[in-house]
Design a protein around this ligand. Sequence first.
Ligand code: FAD
Length: 502
Amino acid sequence: MTEHEVVIAGGGPAGMMLAAELALAKVDVAIVERRPDHVLVGSRAGGFHSRTIEVLDQRGVADRFLAEGQTAQAAMFGTTALDMSDFPTRHPYSLGIWQNQIERIMASWIAELPVRIYYSCEVTGFEQDEAGVDLELSGGRSLRARYLVGCDGGRSVIRKAAGIDFPGWDPTRSNLIAEVEVSEEPPRGVRHDATGVHGLHPMEDGKTMRVVVTEQRLGTDSEPTLRDLSQALSAVFGTDFGIHNPTWISRFTDMTRQAAAYRAGRVLLAGDSAHVHYPAGGQGLSLGVQDAVNLGWKLAQVVAGISSEDLLDTYHRERHPVAARALRHTMAQGTLQRRDERMNALVEVVSELAGMDEPRKRLAGLISGLDIRYDLGEGHPLLGRRMPDLDLVTARGPLRVFELLHGARPALLNLGKPDSVDIASWADRVQVLDATYEGEWELPVLGAVTPPGALLIRPDGYVAWVGEGTDRGLSAALSTWFGPNRARKGFGGVRRGAGPVN
Ligand SMILES: Cc1cc2nc3c(=O)[nH]c(=O)nc-3n(C[C@H](O)[C@H](O)[C@H](O)COP(=O)(O)OP(=O)(O)OC[C@H]3O[C@@H](n4cnc5c(N)ncnc54)[C@H](O)[C@@H]3O)c2cc1C
């Protein structure tokens, strides 16, 4: 039977990002994807947010997406555009780019990496034992892996087969989404009424319209048809605008659910398989990509025997609360889309508040993903937060912090006296860099923070330790995140950690 260290079920955005992370960490990884290729019928999601652009920048590939998309210096909450141009990041904007473009770019990136993809192949079930997982594939085929990750979307076979609960809220309304041609000119802009949100927008080719319409009654699970779309449009606009030539018709709902556990033994979940919600605010794809970046390096270290399986539990601990918070906000935003006179009054009040400085920063911080703080204990405000992409000065010249992370390896950044931080035997796992930084230290939402003396940065770009003049706590942080100290007797106990950068 063919074996891989990690098999990922599903090659959507979450699955591809995870495959890239594992391949960069030299894990033997394979994707099993039901589709015959990475061509996505229909445009689907319309982009991602600032923190997702940052994590792609941490791997040196953000420019590929920026070149094809359109930036907007605002995140949307309900119908309120939240200005984020003052956020201290190199990317203070969201990126408008269709999911079919995102997937094409991601697929061409992972094609450059050692990732095996089994196309036209479905995972139908699995059994796990103490050493690995046996996967059943369509066509009677099978695979074995040490770990299996379900990135197989909201209806995840992996989540169900693992027996992981998916509690949450049933759908209360459904939308049809489609790409069609029209014979009549539709009205511009978005319309809100008591059922929800409706709109038709011309696409880049000049002849296709992207349609989103809320159905009068909750739709069924069956595939929607052109007739369903015609009826839904007529109910709202009094005409279906002569829709014809559909290239894509789909249905989504406001069902909101989250996996009770992101891990069951050797099986993990990421992306929509772990959380589904109404797409208000456009956070789904971003959440999945960031799940993958949180999980990738941890799983790689467990596979390589550097860390124990306990490290995998930090994946649920860190990412479950982030999605839970996003889910609550999407329910609130979805509610604001249903309008009658009383709701209009509420929307006005919320918009007024959301435009004020503090609420604007809080909401934009959450939607953009820039405010995430993993609970790594008390300490400096940077602890558990994203490392800003500072312009450093090093002995080898200028360097951006994110360039340090291109290889998905952890880094110890010493901003104090050169050669003053010793990372002992972790030098084989953690790169060390002496540098200086003269600018401001400012975090999104929080504002200015005290300049640190040194920082331990995880491969996902989050700060695992902050040095403020001493190395107190450094060894503990290194062993928590990057495995035990391997200093051998007769080696003098510690080795000077001047490991090469990248
Ligand atoms: C109308 C709409 C608009 C949206 N807008 C936005 C937006 O603007 N921004 C945003 O961030 N998100 C948006 N989203 C959400 C976004 O599309 C999803 O969150 C995102 O696609 C989830 O990525 P994923 O990789 O987790 O899952 P998916 O994209 O669902 O990928 C799952 C993959 O697994 C494959 N698969 C499934 N089952 C199996 C199996 N058993 N074996 C093998 N392969 C399998 C599928 O073929 C698919 O390729 C929107 C969604 C909708 C419907």
